[in-house]
Design a binder for this molecule. Structure first.
Ligand code: CP
Ligand code: NVA
Length: 299
């Protein structure tokens, strides 16, 4: 069986804790890990744009002593028109040791991962973004010693980052308020109901949802690949601004996976305020992904 990293809910608390612990150790003492991936090669296929994921995987793998090769989906015929994607993986497995994929088709990624040909890491799909949320959880743990006592509030769209956050909350059971525009909440109620538990509360009003919160998290209102640009009209009053931050707890932090659309989901002043930890989040992507690489490559 290959070891994959596809979704947060494929793991239990102990397995996730082990990955987070390795990430913390690498961050503290990177030199100790500078050759753990020697002679290993990570392949990366990006079918969508990326700055942080591309750089943090590439630099992170090199810092572990490994090599990286970036492959363009079109160059290698990953759309399946030249040969079947599983046949491509069988060939790739002759040259490289694990593969990170960013695409717009979660189903395709899961099917390929289940073939046990080569370890696969989900670098974002239309459905989820597990590396992001695990890195964010590391940032939250650095900021708050006791994550079980804090309240996190998501204000924004129902998207890939939120799905991974919901999966994480279902395992760690921290308090989570999810604030979605009425229309978007109604449309996704069935999917959200899968994650129901006593610590998860749904809101339609950003002020009610952010009251006393220790962490306000948001993301773009229209994710890469989403065609329905009209839905932006539902987000009236959803911009994370000074008033929302003031409504939260005194020790509140602001989180965003980036890239951010200033003036839409967040104002520039909040993004750049001393409450904002967005660059720490970007940095922590590297340590968490180094730990994920070590996990999938370990026999
Ligand atoms: N947060 C994140 O995944 O950024 P990129 O899309 O730039 O990789
Ligand atoms: N939800 C965003 C995340 C980008 C990192 C998107 O999918 O575009």
């Amino acid at each position: 069986m290959t070891k994959n990293f596809i979704d947060i809910n494929n793991f239990n608390k102990k397995q996730l804790n082990d990955i987070i612990l390795i990430a913390k150790k690498i961050k503290k003492n990177p030199l100790k890990y500078s050759s753990v991936c020697q002679n290993k090669t990570l392949g990366m296929i990006f079918e969508k744009q990326s700055l942080r994921t591309r750089l943090s995987f590439n630099v992170g793998m090199q810092k572990l002593g490994g090599r990286v090769i970036e492959l363009k989906g079109v160059d290698i015929g990953f759309d399946g028109t030249r040969e079947k994607p599983e046949d491509i993986l069988k060939v790739l497995a002759q040259y490289i040791d694990c593969l990170m994929i960013r695409n717009d088709d979660h189903q395709k990624l899961s099917v390929l991962a289940n073939q046990n040909i080569i370890p696969i890491i989900n670098g974002l799909t239309d459905y989820s973004h597990p590396c992001q949320i695990l890195g964010d959880f590391l940032t939250i743990q650095e900021k708050f010693k006791e994550y079980s006592r804090i309240k996190i509030t998501w204000i924004g769209d129902f998207n890939n980052v939120l799905i991974s956050l919901l999966q994480l909350q279902n395992i760690y059971l921290f308090k989570l308020n999810v604030v979605l525009p009425k229309k978007i909440l109604e449309k996704n109620r069935k999917e959200i109901s899968k994650y129901k538990n006593k610590k998860l509360t749904l809101f339609k009003d950003p002020f009610l949802g952010s009251l006393g919160s220790n962490c306000i998290m948001t993301d773009v209102w229209i994710s890469m690949g989403q065609k329905n640009k009209k839905k932006i009209q539902y987000f009236k009053g959803f911009t994370v601004n000074k008033d929302i931050m003031k409504n939260a707890a005194k020790n509140v932090i602001f989180m965003h996976c980036l890239p951010a659309k200033r003036g839409l989901e967040v104002t520039s002043d909040v993004l750049e305020s001393d409450k904002s930890v967005v660059l720490q989040q970007a940095l922590n992507r590297m340590f968490i992904q180094q730990a994920i690489l070590i996990y999938v490559l370990k026999k």
